[in-house]
Each structure stands twice: as C-alpha cells, then as structure tokens.
Design a protein around this ligand. Structure first.
Ligand SMILES: [Zn+2]
Length: 338
C-alpha cells in the first residue's frame, strides 16, 4: 500500500485510505500532496474507519469525492464543510440552502456508511482533538514545556474549543486520548483524580458530555498523557480478551447526588448479569424513579466501566444504548461467555 501511495496508483482508489499520522489528515492513494514517510502512515478500508480513528479528509484529494461525478448540491456542501470543519448544519440550515435533510441523510448512508450528522460530529471532534495517540512525543514534550510551545496545535485547538493558553493556569486540565477497542476507538479523558470520560467516538452524546465536563470541572481538554491511561488501556484490552471482569482504575464522577448514586449502583451489577430500570430504581430505594434512573443511566460518561449496558427493559429487550444497541449486545455476550 505504501508503494501504491508513492506511485499514486489509481488501481488502489477505494481499496484503502491513507492516514497521515503527522498531520491527522487522510488521503486517497492518488493524492498529489507530498508523500509522508512510511512509518507515518496507517491504512483504513473506509472513510468511516479513518474518521473514527481521528483523521480529517484531505483538502487536496477530497476522499469523500472518490466516485467521480457529484451532483452540484452535494459538491457545494462538501466544499463549504472543507472551509470550516467545525461547522454545524441543522435541518433548518440545510433547508435554507435548498437541501432536503432526508436526501442528504440517505446520500451519506449510502456512500459513506454513516449519517450526515455523525459525519459532521466526527469532523468537529477530530478537528478539536486531532489524531491524538497516547505517548506521542510531540504532544508530550510540548505538554511538559507549556502550551505556548505548541504553536500550531494550540492555534487550531483554540479555534475549535475557545481554549486560550493564557487562561490555562486558572483552569484544570483534562487530558484526552484515544483508545482502540474491538468495538471501535474510544475517547478517554482523565484528570489527576481519575478517569472522567470513556466513550465511543461516534456516540451522539459525546460532544454534550465534553461540554458538561468542561463546565463541571472548570477544565480544558488537552490531548496528552495521564498516569491512568496506561492502566485503563491494559484493563480494557484484558476485558475484551475475556480475561477481566472488573476494573480497578480511579474514576472522577462529577454530577448530582442522584446521578452519582445511580452510577454507583450500576457498578454493583455483576458481570454476566443484567437488571431492568425498575430493578435499579428499587435497589436505590426509589421504586417510582424509573425514568430518572434511566436518564441518569444515559448520562453515564464512563462506558463499559460503569456498566450501563447491563440495564435492559423489563421485557428483556435490550432497549437503547448510547453507543448503539449492537455494542450493548456485543458487551453482554462477551460478559456472558466470560
Ligand atoms: Zn490528500
């Protein structure tokens, strides 16, 4: 694949996309931009996986426009998004542009395997946090030296988050990293106190959770390292390898008294078993609060470790899960086997 990339081999169009680690951009094999060193490339079979792994589409080769001719309406829209990768386009905005939201949803589903809104969401997350990887030297050393030295990175980070380096001294820092799992990449956040965020990157609530955490902890998110990330990554791997049932890593759970109670009760559900929302409410001595329990469940910011996936409908149906019901099914199957 690296050879194909160097040769700009069009035979490989659509076969793979190249993620350039140093820039956080993903390209088609035929891209005319300067080619990266071999060790700085990773390969993805689809646009979706490249996005899930933190990459943004290249503005030179436009990976999204892979399959030749595009109708004008989608072409113009993609160009507009190129100009501002933090853009939010609600149904209303689309209609103002004369675009039918249902039509674009179908287009994105068909061509890229995701909805238009999840594409925009991933783009925003990726431009805020870049292609962050634990232990990456450039971020690590810059992190130690202070934010000023991160010039390029700081600039883009500031643009997307409103983070200002001069303010950093009054604010707390939530380090953020990406951890790969068999169910897709997850975003993890941690302070000196513990892990405060663990969520699948394509989860709809992720942006909201990030905003809430910023406020609750009066903190800024900065890609980087944290003492708890290693142990978290190791324990997650053991969990997915069916070698671990319980997690031992400090958690930081800012929230209302009720939310914290619900989350703590969730951690009492043993691996391999499930409860209904009603049973959870009874366990909390609050049998009438089924709906509030369900809501607090949905507000859980630490997927898998706080096992909100172990709560199912009273009829045994899996009902909703922030990360998608297919993930819930996978986790429950895994825990049942283990
Ligand atoms: Zn490119």
């Amino acid at each position: 694949m690296y050879e194909a990339l160097l040769k700009k081999d069009s035979e490989f169009e659509g076969i793979f996309f190249a993620g350039i680690k140093t820039t956080g951009i993903f390209c088609r094999p035929t891209c005319t931009a300067r080619k990266p060193k071999k060790e700085n490339v990773e390969y993805f079979p689809s646009i979706k996986t490249a996005l899930h792994n933190g990459y943004r589409p290249c503005k030179v080769c436009h990976p999204l426009k892979l399959n030749g001719e595009f109708p004008n309406w989608i072409n113009n829209l993609l160009n507009e998004i190129d100009q501002n990768q933090n853009i939010k386009l609600r149904d209303y905005d689309l209609r103002t542009k004369g675009i039918d939201p249902a039509r674009i949803r179908r287009w994105f589903k068909k061509h890229y395997g995701m909805t238009f809104q999840s594409y925009l969401r991933l783009l925003r997350i990726n431009s805020a946090f870049g292609r962050i990887k634990q232990g990456e030297k450039v971020v690590e050393s810059a992190y130690e030296l202070g934010y000023e030295s991160l010039s390029g990175f700081t600039e883009s980070f500031k643009k997307s988050t409103g983070f200002s380096p001069s303010k950093s001294k009054q604010n707390n820092i939530i380090s953020i990293t990406r951890i790969l799992t068999p169910l897709g990449p997850m975003l993890a956040g941690a302070t000196d106190e513990g892990i405060c965020l663990l969520e699948f990157v394509d989860r709809r609530m992720l942006e909201t959770q990030i905003k809430r955490l910023k406020k609750l902890l009066n903190a800024e998110f900065v890609p980087g390292t944290n003492k708890y990330f290693d142990v978290l990554a190791i324990q997650l791997k053991e969990y997915f390898d069916e070698k671990r049932k319980q997690f031992y890593v400090p958690l930081q759970l800012p929230g209302t008294e009720f939310q914290v109670k619900v989350w703590e009760e969730l951690m009492k559900i043993p691996s391999g078993s499930t409860r209904s929302y009603k049973e959870q409410a009874i366990a909390l001595n609050n049998p009438k609060a089924v709906r509030a329990v369900a809501r607090a469940n949905g507000d859980n910011r630490i997927a898998i470790i706080i096992p909100c996936h172990r709560v199912i409908g009273s009829d045994g149906k899996l009902v909703g899960y922030g990360g998608g019901v297919w993930r819930k099914q996978y986790l429950l199957n895994l825990e049942n086997r283990n």
